[in-house]
Write a protein that binds this ligand. Structure first.
Ligand code: GDP
Ligand code: IMO
Ligand code: MG
Length: 423
């Protein structure tokens, strides 16, 4: 069977969790390969909502292996909280089905402190609007080769030594730049010890587990964030600190790119963004307000109101170019019901020219003007539709136009938050 990669094609919150939950039925294992608990993936089954930040969105399906790859940054406190929450729902969260790669980097308490302190020293215009979860500072330590990895939890001596080393630099920042109290290595070590010990039985070789899972079935790779939050290809510096593009599904989990077969782009039928950064098709009018309220657009991690705007096909075409999707999954189509007209951004005006892809220089995106195509909307409630035939013609035309411009077929349509509201 084919392995599947699910990725966000915009700025996150496209509905990846819902689609992964739906596809997990057919998979042996579900793997997170980047990001951390900056992610908030929402699943709704028979009206009951479950928001996951770290544990793969296949967890509601009994027996499926849930793997956390080396490319993830894992906050052990959040992981334990999530285990407890799922355990209370009666789900099996034992090491028999959950595994964390020994190579996964750990978000330490000082990473969260640096994240918060750094944001608070920036002017409003320069704030990235991070989730404050310590994501960037943890990836920094990874790249700086001084990070703490999950495998270190099994070696307390090494763990303490690495915390001491990390704090040598961090404490200079706390004391002299951020004006906060320096931390004592022993205190941090003691704070982390209980969760570290709890995690030891979950440590393993995720690369081998993927190989095993695909020997007699398929593996589902669950992306977090979105392509335009990618550290290299996103709207830098208003991005997250990992590669969110599908190529990282291989390096972030320990498999070969040849193991990535079906690639599904999750595309919200309009665009949203949380936090700072340019957003060409953003609406600050009644239509934007309509999407925000109809779509309940509040961040699943921080509760912040999401900024809303028209579907940006320039952004989407760039996602197609970078990720190679074999199909699109269009989510939240139902939210557009009731709009008289729907606009699609098909190009940008930039420096006196029309361009088909986002400008590559920093801040370029802040100076583009969207070029729109307008299509008639539809009034019908489509949340009960379960096939293309049950959609109003104008909704079908909208999907067809997206296929035409991106050159990729729509394979999945989602018309409500529930697992069942999909075809
Ligand atoms: P993710 O981060 O990509 O997994 O997406 P989030 O869970 O952060 O945000 C998507 C939100 O939209 C969640 O509240 C979902 O329950 C909801 N959702 C997903 N698909 C649909 C859909 O087709 N229609 C509607 N109305 N809501 C949806
Ligand atoms: P899911 O997986 C939407 C945004 C933050 C901020 C920027 C950097 O649910 O789609 P970070 O804490 O990562 O350093 O913040 O990235 N961001 C997300 N936006 N969905 C997400 O995840 C996000 N994860 C991070 O709002 O602008
Ligand atoms: Mg989300």
């Amino acid at each position: 069977m084919s392995n599947i990669v699910v990725f966000g094609s915009q700025w996150g919150d496209e509905g990846k969790g819902k689609i992964v939950d739906m596809l997990a039925e057919e998979a042996n294992a579900i793997v997170r390969f980047q990001g951390g608990n900056n992610a908030g993936h929402t699943l709704v089954v028979d009206g009951e909502q479950c928001i996951l930040h770290l544990i793969p969105s296949g967890v509601l399906h009994p027996g499926k292996k849930c793997l956390i790859g080396n490319g993830v940054v894992l906050d052990p406190f959040v992981f334990c909280e999530e285990l407890d929450k799922l355990d209370a729902k009666g789900l099996d969260v034992s090491p028999a089905r959950m595994m964390i790669s020994k190579k996964t980097h750990i978000i330490m308490p000082y990473h969260r402190l640096v994240d918060g302190a750094r944001e608070s020293t920036k002017s409003d215009a320069k704030k990235i609007g991070t989730t404050g979860r310590g994501i960037g500072p943890c990836y920094e330590d990874k790249m700086n080769r001084c990070g703490i990895r999950a495998g270190d939890f099994a070696d307390p001596e090494l763990l303490l030594e690495k915390i001491e080393k990390a704090l040598e630099e961090k404490n200079i920042l706390f004391k002299h730049l951020y004006g906060t109290e320096p931390l004592k290595a022993k205190d941090v070590f003691e704070e982390v010890r209980p969760v570290a010990e709890r995690l030891i039985p979950y440590l393993g070789d995720v690369s081998s587990a993927i190989q095993e899972a695909q020997a007699d079935g398929s593996v589902l790779f669950e992306g977090a964030q979105g392509t335009h939050l990618d550290i290299d290809h996103g709207t830098y510096p208003f991005v997250t600190s990992s590669n969110t593009v599908t190529a990282n599904a291989a390096s972030g989990s320990g498999c070969s790119p040849r193991d990535l077969h079906r690639i599904i782009a999750i595309v919200k039928a309009y665009t949203t963004r949380v936090g700072g950064g340019p957003f060409a098709t953003e609406l600050e009018d009644a239509d934007g307000e309509y999407m925000q309220t109809q779509g309940h657009e509040f961040g699943a991690t921080t509760g912040r109101k999401r900024r809303c705007g028209w579907l940006d096909l320039v952004v989407l075409k760039e996602s197609v170019r970078l990720n190679g999707p074999t199909e699109l999954a269009i989510t939240k189509l139902d939210v557009l019901s009731g709009l008289k007209e729907i606009k699609l951004c098909t190009a940008y005006e930039y420096k006196g020219e029309q361009i088909a892809y986002p400008p590559q220089e920093q801040n370029g995106m802040a100076y583009v003007t969207p070029v729109y195509e307008t299509m008639p909307g539809w009034d019908e409630d489509i949340t009960g539709a379960r096939s293309w035939d049950e959609l109003p013609q104008n909704a079908v035309n909208y999907l067809k136009r997206i296929e035409e411009i991106t050159g990729v077929k729509v394979g999945i349509v989602s018309v409500g938050p529930d697992r069942a509201q999909t075809f």
